[in-house]
Design a protein around this ligand. Structure first.
Ligand code: NDP
Length: 252
């Protein structure tokens, strides 16, 4: 069965004038998403840990003569309240609102039994995958509420709905992500236009997937660009009925 969004191809000006922030923009799915949003008219705030990854994406976007993005280097593992406030103030001063906040950055951590999972690594993973997403959302919520139709998008995983042996802290962090998404959706439902949802990308050809499945042939996996119809649908007016749910970008 083909779903409405699977072949979604919105006009190239769909996000014209929109300000959209993507975490983990430098590589993998976040990079493809940032480029795709720029190709549809958005000014994208490229948030990531490694400056050179963000700069090469900036160069690519400029080479295509798309709306100029902003580079926001942030190590989510060290994210402070002061940094969240600075980011919020900078966006407020420059744009007055934020149309979309897309939490895409995640760390995988070790794939090992939970009984032996190193607690210091667990703390770091929860900091990047969960706590930083909460802090950024809290800091940027006033700006999302100022948008005409704000979007708050989380990134889940199949191991965020069904625990699986050896997926440890990553799996726990994705359960927490699902919970956070549902709580924000419920809290915002009747008081705002902000739509809150999560996307589960499914097996996708990126460095994270290669690290989780080193023996797999990456050529058999979907590429990040094949996920884009789902993201575009979720972030555009077409997806405004999606709220409080996780969408499988690669439905079975
Ligand atoms: P990648 O590992 O390829 O990219 C992860 C991105 O997150 C990188 O840009 C990286 O930045 C950034 N990041 C990691 N740690 C930090 C940090 N401490 N501070 C700031 N940024 C950080 O992952 P994918 O593209 O595969 O995954 C994207 C999302 O999709 C993740 O949430 C993942 O859990 C989810 N997902 C992926 C699947 C897949 O098969 N690929 C399947 C299911 C879910 P840097 O450039 O600095 O390294």
């Amino acid at each position: 069965m083909s779903l409405a969004w699977q072949h979604f191809q919105p006009a190239s000006d769909t996000f014209q004038g929109n300000i959209m922030m993507v975490t983990g923009a430098g590589r993998g799915i976040g990079r493809e998403l940032s480029l795709t949003l720029a190709r549809h008219g958005a000014r994208v705030i490229l948030c990531g840990r490694t400056q050179k990854h963000l700069e090469s994406l900036y160069d690519q976007i400029m080479a295509e003569q798309l709306p100029e993005p902003l580079i926001l280097p942030l190590d989510l593992n060290k994210l402070s309240q002061a940094e969240c406030d600075q980011v919020s103030q900078a966006i407020e001063q420059q744009f007055g609102h934020l149309d979309a906040l897309i939490h895409n950055a995640s760390e995988l951590g070790p794939l090992t039994s939970l009984s032996n999972y190193p607690i210091s690594t667990y703390d770091q993973l929860m900091q990047v995958n969960v706590r930083a997403a909460l802090m950024l959302t809290q800091g940027l919520m006033p700006l999302l509420l100022q948008a005409k139709s704000g979007r708050l998008l989380f990134t889940s995983s199949s191991v965020g709905r069904q625990g699986r042996a050896f997926w440890g802290g990553y799996s726990i962090s994705k359960f927490a992500t699902e919970g956070m998404m549902q709580i924000f959706a419920d809290e915002l439902e009747n008081i705002s236009q902000v739509r809150v949802m999560a996307i589960n990308p499914g097996a996708t050809r990126t460095e994270m997937r290669a690290r989780a499945y080193p023996a797999e042939n990456p050529g058999q996996l979907k590429t990040p660009s094949e996920l884009m119809p789902c993201y575009l649908y979720a972030l555009s007016a077409a997806g405004s009925q999606w709220h409080g749910q996780t969408i499988d970008a690669q439905p079975r």
